[in-house]
Design a protein around this ligand. Sequence first.
Ligand SMILES: NC(=O)c1ccc[n+]([C@@H]2O[C@H](COP(=O)([O-])OP(=O)(O)OC[C@H]3O[C@@H](n4cnc5c(N)ncnc54)[C@H](O)[C@@H]3O)[C@@H](O)[C@H]2O)c1
Length: 333
Amino acid sequence: MTTSDAHVRPPIPAGAEPGAPQPLAGRVAVVTGSGRGIGRAEALRLAAHGAAVVVNDLGVASDGGTTGETPAEETVREIVAAGGRAVVDTADISTTEGGEAVVQRALDEWGRLDVVVNNAGIGRPHMVFNLTPDEWDDVIRVHLRGTFCVTAPAARWWRSEAKAGRGGYGRVVNTSTGLLPLGGAGQSNYVAAKAGILAFSEAIATELAPYGVTVNSILPGALTRLAAIGWRTARNAEARADAFDATSPVHVAELVCYLASPEAGWCSGQAFQVSGGRINHLQTFVPAETIERTDRGFTVADLQAELPRMFGAGPRRSDPPPKEWSDRYHEGA
Ligand SMILES: NC(=O)c1ccc[n+]([C@@H]2O[C@H](COP(=O)([O-])OP(=O)(O)OC[C@H]3O[C@@H](n4cnc5c(N)ncnc54)[C@H](O)[C@@H]3O)[C@@H](O)[C@H]2O)c1
């Protein structure tokens, strides 16, 4: 194991806790990119909570380049050794065929599909003035297109099951990024894909609600391979002396297991930022401040004063009384 492998395969409890209930018993899950990092933790914990898991991973480098690695096999070995059920899948989820294949793998193996966790990802960070069209396309393709390519065939299966009277259960958990609230400088391709994933998730949460399918997003934080591209997670890890390892992906995985469970059927179209022992519920696409006038639209001259006021700058808007009222008041005085 190399030094960087410590980020890739940290110890994650893989087996069922003795005597603990198994909320995902009998369920079947697909987790993309689950050979390493957060996806591996999600696969191990879904299996520990009772699910049979299709462990999908193409085994690419963090920039998407090919390697000879087969990380999905290692995750499956860990699950099976702990008494769980899992199979390897090496489809490229950024393709139509790959997305269909990974869904079909679950159906062929176990005859059903309950949970899709779209997690696979790559990073090709550059400032926009150095970003090539290929770096843009590759990141959008793996994250945004990949999320669509797996979710669409799963949604078709859930819909056909519902129409046949057998449906009523589906869970999608999509992976966005905590870089979004930070602005994402240096990773414009990545945050563009991840913002797209939030919007996609909210749209299909509405579309799939009639079929008993929930769709939520997570913005995870954990010290894994893609986090190591940046510097914030490592710095935060050094700065903390917590009793538990807040940088472990296991904390992300536990939230995903809850969202995948029957108990979370009430929750759809939501986004959660999760890292260590902290979970934030994000209000996406909600207006923060409003200015409004009902008599006419704003002119450029109005906006010179109104927009800074919207941000708390400048004097308060004066609200002078009508001239007749003012005249009456002064006549009487
Ligand atoms: N680690 C963090 O703190 C963090 C923060 C925000 C978002 N995320 C997101 O979480 C997810 C996992 O991140 P990670 O740090 O665990 O990454 P990772 O690099 O450790 O693992 C990602 C896995 O996805 C696989 N993969 C890549 N492209 C694929 C494809 N086309 N088909 C199938 N598999 C493919 C890779 O082989 C790899 O094993 C990513 O979507 C990432 O953007 C991570």
